[in-house]
Design a binder for this molecule. Structure first.
Ligand SMILES: Cc1ncc(COP(=O)(O)O)c(C=O)c1O
Length: 506
């Protein structure tokens, strides 16, 4: 059990968010009952304080108190005066939950630390609903016909102004195209570039796994280019034969590096010499925690850079709303591609986003979630230290994921497999690597869709998994330290704490 005494947030969150539409009270009740029955909440385990769970789940405290009372009355939980609510012995005996060791299949992850999603439980449902209804009642008949392939004029205007203001992008409505996320933007770009004679697209290695298949499917050759602490290694780009390079300058995915000023300059100079385009994937540019975000590269060279972004991190990936901003002749060809691909994005969703931006609700939501992700990142840093997990977080504090270098001899893929058996889902960086021969001993940890309490529980569990690992000898100092804290050995000051460093702390 986590030291905080709170371990149940994440799985409850998942259940609540997946079953929207049924009353929250019923959802929470059955989630808790189910967790007690199948042993995820073990006999004698303390539940989070009602205030804490209410904050985690974004529901009222009253609702949590009522649910605890109900399940106490049913015998699943026991209330102990002054010390909170616990899973009762009776419940487990009655339901005879299987012992974890008896299970032959992997449990579904209790702690999901895979990168890629924002906090889905905090999607602004009310604001989106309000914006969508207002879009529906405000839409004229013509809005219900086929959409403009480039995107609704009002959304293009709103996005262009937003990108100007928030990301320093040189955008106008006519250089802005609305598409189904970054993914469709990249697909349209690759097909359009190929149709214009392009052959090769360079891309950062490591990076998002599905970029190379998109590039290949368009008939282009992906060329992996390494990344270091200053972002894309521009010097590794060939002087000839590359038509475009795909990069994440504000926050390299997944290493967390920021493209250094000298590299930004060198990249634009290279693009000029090579006659190549820079494709700027600005997937989480709004979320920097230690300083104002670095402005978009596109603002420096609007004719050489195509800027891509989406609502997948700011709102939710399910919306499939994104945009790209590029030089006018190229955007015209992309609009043609968009038309041929799907005739344009769903108009009512576009108008709802326009409403959210226009009313200020979009900005407010981003401000709130930025504070949330910052707290989650800090919780991860604190949990790594508290549980002496031999990991070193690298990259700037930004976004919803971080690279975590393994500070001892653990093999990342083996560790990911063993972590999965303990209910922790995370990725090895090898999943994101393209070129063999550049193995990095790191994990990629997503902290966007898990509560601070869940993060703490996950790190405690990961520390236990690493203690038991095949490389337990090199992890021994950490194991020893944990044993000391449990009072099993006399402490020897300083030794372990010195070996765990967190870079880029907020
Ligand atoms: C590097 C990177 N680019 C782009 C995206 C967003 O893609 P889309 O807008 O298609 O959802 C993500 C989302 O996880 C990402 O990690």
């Amino acid at each position: 059990m986590a030291d905080s005494g709170t371990t149940s947030g994440p799985e409850l969150l998942v259940v609540l968010s997946h079953r929207a539409g049924t009353p929250l009270r019923g959802q929470l009740e059955s989630a808790l009952r189910g967790a007690v029955r199948d042993g995820r909440l073990a006999s004698g385990q303390r539940l989070p304080a009602s205030r804490v769970l209410a904050a985690d789940l974004g529901v009222s405290r009253r609702l949590v108190v009522d649910v605890y009372d109900q399940l106490t009355a049913e015998g699943y939980l026991t209330a102990r005066a002054g010390s909170g609510t616990w899973v009762s012995d009776l419940a487990v005996a009655a339901d005879s939950a299987p012992d974890a060791d008896d299970r032959t299949e992997l449990p579904s992850p209790r702690w999901d630390l895979r990168p890629g999603v924002p906090s889905l439980a905090h999607f602004p449902r009310q604001q989106w609903r309000r914006a969508w209804l207002s879009a529906l009642s405000g839409a004229c008949d013509a809005d219900l016909g086929y959409p403009q392939a480039a995107g609704h004029a009002r959304l293009r205007e709103a996005i262009a102004a937003y990108l100007n203001r928030v990301r320093g992008v040189a955008a106008t409505p006519s250089t802005t195209l609305i598409c189904a996320g970054f993914t469709q933007g990249l697909d349209l770009l690759c097909r359009t570039l190929r149709a214009g004679g392009a052959r090769t697209v360079a891309l950062e290695d490591p990076g998002l796994p599905h970029r190379a298949p998109i590039i290949r499917r368009a008939g282009l050759t992906p060329l992996p280019v390494p990344v270091d602490a200053d972002g894309l290694v521009v010097e590794a780009l060939p002087e000839r034969g590359v038509d475009a390079v795909l990069t994440t300058p504000a926050h390299q995915f997944p290493t967390g590096a920021v493209l250094a000023p000298h590299r930004r300059e060198a990249l634009l100079a290279w693009a000029g010499r090579a006659g190549a385009l820079v494709l700027e994937d600005d997937y989480d540019g709004e979320f920097r925690f230690d300083r104002r975000a670095i402005g978009a590269l596109q603002g420096l060279a609007p004719n050489a850079v195509v800027h891509l972004g989406s609502t997948s991190k700011t709102l939710a990936p399910a919306l499939r709303l994104g945009w790209l901003v590029g030089p006018p002749p190229l955007v015209d060809r992309l609009v043609e591609g968009k038309f041929l691909s799907d005739h344009g994005a769903a108009t009512l969703d576009q108008l709802a986003l326009t409403e959210m931006i226009g009313s200020g609700a979009y900005d407010r939501h981003i401000r709130q979630t930025r504070a949330r992700y910052r707290a989650q990142r800090e919780a991860l840093e604190a949990a790594v230290l508290r549980h002496q997990v031999p990991l070193r977080l690298t990259g700037v504090p930004a976004g919803v994921q971080t690279l975590a270098a393994l500070a001892d001899g653990h093999d990342p893929e083996d560790l990911v497999r063993r972590a999965a058996t303990a209910g922790i889902a995370l990725d090895a960086v090898t999943r994101y690597q393209l070129a063999p021969g550049r193995p990095a001993r790191s994990l990629v940890i997503g902290y966007g869709n898990i509560t601070p309490h869940g993060i703490d529980g996950a790190m405690a569990a990961l520390a236990r998994v690493m203690d038991r690992g095949p490389t337990a000898r090199s992890a021994a100092p950490h194991a020893e330290s944990r044993a000391r804290r449990r009072g099993e050995r006399r402490p020897r000051a300083g030794r372990v704490r010195d070996s765990v460093r967190v870079e880029g702390a907020v």
